[in-house]
Ligand binder design. Structure first.
Ligand SMILES: C[S@@+](CC[C@H](N)C(=O)[O-])C[C@H]1O[C@@H](n2cnc3c(N)ncnc32)[C@H](O)[C@@H]1O
Length: 330
């Protein structure tokens, strides 16, 4: 299950435990310093509680967790519910930390994706989830939209901020995992995008369902969601093990990408060559098929779910390069 990536300072934990251990001291302290004491206690307790309630140790023990899992197993059309939850988060972060420096050389903005979204979006604020170096966020901000970009990786967030400053556009860049969307539940967006195969970085179908449900809640009336992932219908059917090799001769950067099919998941192996240097890394991906994605979106309340096979707007087919989804919350 998802362990939120917040680090709780030790002194918060200690104060909270101390408060609990000694009820008298706790009460006296609150009484003496009513305003600040209460606030500090509440803040600490909230964080510790939040951390514990989301920790795998806790969740795996609770009946609620197992009940929810059984219910989901019954409704989900997918059998990859829990099996793929054991991936190493540190590896996951290391992968993009390494890639962030060269990301824009390897994956420059596909302007068609911006046109596709611009033609279909609902006017208002945009949220770019797992935004990477912020290519889409920046392009949309340059068109005059108000954009918030989030990503798990701090280096990606830094890259967005630097690019926004350089291009003199205003973007709110926030380090936030897709598993933590409830932290911004006070905000509402008219359009949410999650592009570049980001969604499949979530650990398992449970996490995807939760993220989609959070996204649904973050959308305002008539809001729209756009998701783009690799066409895993094809990858799974044809047992694809290699993605096209990317070679940027001018910059002397190349990226060899392979898929190792393991259980019901995929290990995405990347070999990045920068001049003479070779960096190897891997990350686990959850291959979500088009039908699974549509079912999950419908199960959390999305309506008018349309599938496309590319940003040219072609309909989705087994041979399409991507699965692109447009869905609205009303
Ligand atoms: C392939 S990149 C796509 C970036 C961007 N959306 C694009 O289209 O260029 C995937 C991004 O997802 C981010 N990511 C991976 N796991 C994440 C998570 N659990 N929550 C938020 N972002 C995550 C990575 O840091 C990386 O920037």
């Amino acid at each position: 299950m998802n362990v939120p990536r917040i680090k709780i300072p030790q002194h918060w934990k200690t104060t909270t435990v101390l408060y609990w251990k000694n009820f008298k001291t706790w009460w006296l302290h609150l009484w003496k310093n009513f305003k600040t004491g209460w606030f500090h206690f509440w803040k600490n307790w909230h964080y510790v509680k939040y951390y514990y309630y989301n920790s795998s140790r806790h969740l795996k023990k609770t009946r609620k967790y197992h009940r929810k899992l059984r219910a989901l197993k019954k409704t989900a059309t997918c059998d990859i519910l829990t099996t793929y939850s054991n991936k190493n988060e540190a590896d996951q972060m290391e992968f993009y930390k390494q890639l962030s420096k060269y990301y824009d050389i390897l994956f420059p903005l596909n302007i068609q994706s911006v046109t596709f979204i611009k033609e279909r979006l609902t006017e208002g604020e945009i949220l770019d989830l797992a935004a990477g170096t912020g290519n889409h966020a920046l392009a949309l901000a340059k068109l005059g939209f108000s954009v918030t970009a989030t990503d798990l990786d701090e280096n990606m967030i830094k890259a967005i901020e630097e690019k926004a400053t350089k291009d003199d556009v205003c973007i709110s860049a926030v380090p936030l995992a897709m598993e933590q969307l409830e932290e911004i539940r006070d905000k509402q967006f008219s359009t949410i995008i999650c592009l570049g195969n980001s969604l499949v970085h979530l650990n398992n179908i449970n996490a995807v369902t939760k993220a989609l449900s959070d996204i649904h809640n973050l959308l305002c009336h008539d809001g729209k969601l756009f998701i783009q992932i690799v066409n895993y219908d094809r990858v799974l059917k044809e047992g694809i093990t290699e993605l096209p090799y990317i070679n940027r001769e001018k910059e002397q950067v190349s990226f060899r990408r392979s898929y190792l099919h393991k259980d019901q998941g995929i290990i995405f192996k990347g070999v990045l060559s920068v001049g003479e240097e070779i960096l190897e890394n891997e990350v686990s991906l959850l291959p979500i098929t088009s039908q699974q994605l549509v079912d999950l979106l419908a199960s959390v309340g999305f309506k008018n779910i349309n599938l496309f096979g590319s940003f040219k707007g072609e309909p989705f087919e087994l041979n399409s390069p991507a699965i692109i989804v447009e869905a609205s919350n009303e």
